[in-house]
Design a protein around this ligand. Sequence first.
Ligand code: PLP
Length: 375
Amino acid sequence: MERIYLDNAATTAMDPLVLEAMMPYLTNRFGNPSSIYSYGRESRMGIENARKSVAKLLHAHPAEIFFTSGGTESSNTAITAAVRDLGCKHIISSKIEHHATLHTIDYLHRNGEASLSYVQVLENGHIDLNDLELLLQKSSEKCLVTLMHANNEIGNITNLHIIGTLCKKYDAIFHSDTVQTVGHFPFDLRNTPVDFITGSSHKFHGPKGVGILYINENIKIKPFINGGSQERNMRAGTENLYGIIGFAKALEIASENHESDMKVIQGLKNYMKESIEKNIDGTSFNGDPTGSSLYAVLSVNFQKTDKSEMLLFNLDINNICASGGSACTSGADQGSHVIRALNNDPTKVTVRFSFSKYNTTSEIDQVIEKLKEII
Ligand code: PLP
């Protein structure tokens, strides 16, 4: 059986057109973007054109886009800067955030730099907005609200406009981890009340190790890496030139084909959900799969039995790639912190299937046949 890859929320295959766009910068256009001669100027132009393109697609200003090494760096930077540079001494977040957020806020809290509150999460995985408002209302200190746009494990989508408007009402800074939605949904940052968002190109068929941090033009923070004058003195170090070219190209392709790709991928998710319901007894789904949910993610609970306990391992030996939670924790046996925060039912085994434009219904049929054998 050919390998079937259903873990696209962990990472995606690079689009060949992205590689094609990167190729000149991996070969003959190797100049250091800071060098003043022609080789350097060509590289600089590549980066600045990429920045303009990304800014245009997200409806932001180029000066608001900073290239980073990915979602983790971008979230670390935004959260730490909100506390250290913007005076946020109270962080409000949720227990179902990605570890890039959770471990950063935990560090700042344990280091005595900010107090920390977790907003209630409803049974369907959505944020309790009444509780969020209560926390903001009660806070005697300036708040940073850090809540993700789409959850990478269960797919739930938060409403950036509602949360951002609440933040404005209480003069809080709003950071959203949008790693699962940049390249998957259109953004209009000029009309979205958010201070920081993040993106990572390997989630939408671009290269790994490159991301963006959007910083609203009204926000002024200190440099996040000290050294040379790259990224307008904010993030020193020779730029990931070909990565940045790849990020922009991947976002261009994703934006151009958004409507048609979304339709196909949503179709795959629905097909998988219906096939599981039809063929496998005792299953349920985490989050809000038919409501406000990422079209690429389906989190399934299977009944735990002697056979299904080793489900992920059995899928793997059958050449099917899926995961128990986020890729960063799938090697660890403590299970998913997101699923634990939601239901923690020891009689269930959770598997996240996540889809891309490269998947087919025939692959899903094959996975269902294997699931029927394994469970
Ligand atoms: N946030 C979310 C929601 C993610 O899914 C990921 C991906 O692993 C990250 C942050 C981290 O992004 P990166 O791998 O680019 O550091």
